[in-house]
Design a protein around this ligand. Structure first.
Ligand SMILES: *[C@@H]1O[C@H](CO)[C@@H](O)[C@H](O)[C@H]1NC(C)=O
Ligand SMILES: *[C@@H]1O[C@H](CO)[C@@H](O)[C@H](O)[C@H]1NC(C)=O
Length: 487
């Protein structure tokens, strides 16, 4: 008899999804400013593609039908002197002090112009190295910053920025040193080391040059794009306090894939040295691991599946939610390091392999020059990043989600009329979230990305008034939309 009463209960438990309960706060946390990625170094290759493909790339990145990015990072070249990979060796405008050749780097300028035309509001110009003639070895890699060259380097960056702004391309952020902890002496890319105690000099040189152009109010400096939070902590005391009032934000990378505790420890140090300054995550890529974010480590791995797409979404949630950061950039938006031959193997682009790299969101054939294959390969991560690019718009605000069923993989963003809830389920079974809102809202249809869906339409959350139930399919990211009014 006992088994006949227990059995139905077990069946119910197996069929009904697990329900979590949480509450959306009515008090906004940070205001978002940008979701983006970088234009290094694929622009050099893509500029050689047919115009219709270049236009398609621009639309995939910058239009709302695509990712809808609001931040784009233009890599201002150092001339590629010494760099052994021609696809990673951007030309420089620098000729000699005060002399520039703006016909150079047509490839990079093409996609910067596209970002500008599409209305991308945060346009950052970042340097991996000063122009080769200004570096210690006269090269664009394996060299270091020359003491006392801050004014010359700053003048170059400010003059180039003025040039673009005069063309209507409103660069509004400059990062003068990307990963200054590494000179990239293997010369697989540009790089220039800047010792921590020299970094204030670089910022001061740039600030003075911007000031000479009257640009300090319209162009912000971000620094210092250290690769690891672990490295930023001991290095910040050497420069940050000296130039806090001259930088717009503290820019960092997260290549050490910090734990929550590690991220918070970093923030305590950054905010201790520079009270009130925002921190921005401006570059990351290149790890495999699990959907819930565990098992990350830097290295070769190409995973175009929902697992890797959710892993990287977890990192975005960590920066926006846990760290409260207003701005997030992926590393390079396109990449050819697919690790297999898409022209020969139809399963190449959609199957994980251990030779490629998770450094891009859209991929292209590394052999396009010889085989003429100009197809674009969109990873699942494209569709998950689209949730952030489409909904975490400049000016929207985060509404914290609290309660026993909340976790860092859910985010509520609001503007004057709408609340969008982005929520991820990294588990293997469906679940649902009971969510209370600070006011009456009306649920609208949403969008879901899962193993089988690419930002596909889903029905509105069910409920009424201020209480709704959101179904979260196994291994998915869903954006549910709520109008802030009665239905
Ligand atoms: C743009 O590229 C994507 C990805 O390869 C493809 O699905 C789409 O059809 C292309 N669009 C146009 C207009 O070429
Ligand atoms: C508010 O956000 C929604 C959802 O992203 C969007 O459709 C709407 O255009 C936004 N409204 C304003 C005024 O920006």
């Amino acid at each position: 008899m006992a088994s006949r009463t227990v059995l139905p209960a077990l069946l119910v438990a197996a069929v009904l999804p697990y329900v979590n309960a949480a509450t959306v706060s009515g008090t906004p946390a940070q205001t978002f400013s940008g979701i983006g990625g970088s234009g290094a170094w694929w622009t050099i290759d893509l500029f050689q593609f047919p115009e219709e493909v270049r236009q398609n790339v621009s639309s995939l990145l910058f239009s709302q039908a695509g990712l809808g990015l609001s931040s784009y990072r233009y890599n201002v070249g150092g001339g590629g002197v010494g760099v052994n990979n021609p696809s990673r060796a951007p030309e420089t405008f620098y000729v000699s002090p005060g002399q520039y050749d703006f016909s150079k780097d047509a490839a990079g300028v093409y996609f910067l112009t596209e970002a500008s035309k599409h209305g991308v509001s945060q346009l950052t110009m970042f340097a991996n190295s000063a122009p080769a003639p200004l570096t210690s070895g006269g090269t664009s890699c394996g060299s270091s910053y020359v003491d006392g060259s801050g004014a010359a380097f700053g003048t170059f960056l400010a003059d180039v920025t003025q040039h673009f702004r005069d063309q209507g391309i409103m660069i509004n952020l400059i990062s003068p040193m990307n990963e200054p902890d590494n000179s990239f002496s293997d010369c697989g890319q540009e790089g220039m080391s800047v010792l921590p105690w020299k970094r204030a000099e670089v910022v001061n040189g740039l600030w003075d040059a911007l000031d000479a152009h009257g640009l300090t109010d319209s162009v912000g400096i971000i620094a210092d794009e250290t690769s690891w939070l672990l490295q930023a902590v001991p290095e910040y005391p050497f420069w940050l306090g000296q130039v806090t009032d001259k930088i717009a934000a503290i820019a960092h990378h997260t290549y050490d894939y910090p734990s929550d505790v590690g991220y918070l420890a970093y923030l305590a140090v950054a905010h201790g040295l520079a009270p009130g300054k925002q921190t921005w995550q401006t570059e990351v890529c290149c790890t495999g691991g699990n959907a819930d974010g565990s098992g990350k480590s830097f290295g070769a791995n190409y995973d175009p599946t929902i697992v890797n797409a959710l892993l990287f979404s977890n990192m975005v949630f960590q920066s926006l939610n846990l760290a409260g950061e207003p701005h997030y950039d992926w590393w390079t938006l396109l990449s050819s390091t697919i690790g297999c031959d898409p022209s020969q193997d139809p399963a190449c682009a959609t199957t994980p392999n251990g030779n490629g790299w998770n450094d891009g969101i859209i991929y292209y054939d590394p052999n396009f020059k010889t085989n003429g294959n100009h197809q674009l390969y969109v990873k699942k991560q494209f569709w998950t990043y689209k949730h952030f690019g489409n909904f975490v718009k400049p000016g929207t605000q985060r509404l914290p989600i609290t309660g026993s069923g909340s976790n860092t993989n859910m985010l509520a963003v609001s503007n004057s009329s709408t609340i969008v809830v982005l929520a991820m389920n990294t588990g293997e079974s469906d679940s649902s979230l009971a969510l209370n809102f600070p006011q009456t809202v009306c649920a609208q249809p949403g969008f879901r990305t899962s193993a089988t869906e690419d930002f596909a339409g889903v029905p509105a959350a069910t409920g009424s008034g201020s209480s709704y139930s959101l179904s979260l399919a196994a291994l998915s990211l869903t954006s549910y939309i709520f109008r802030m009014s009665a239905c």
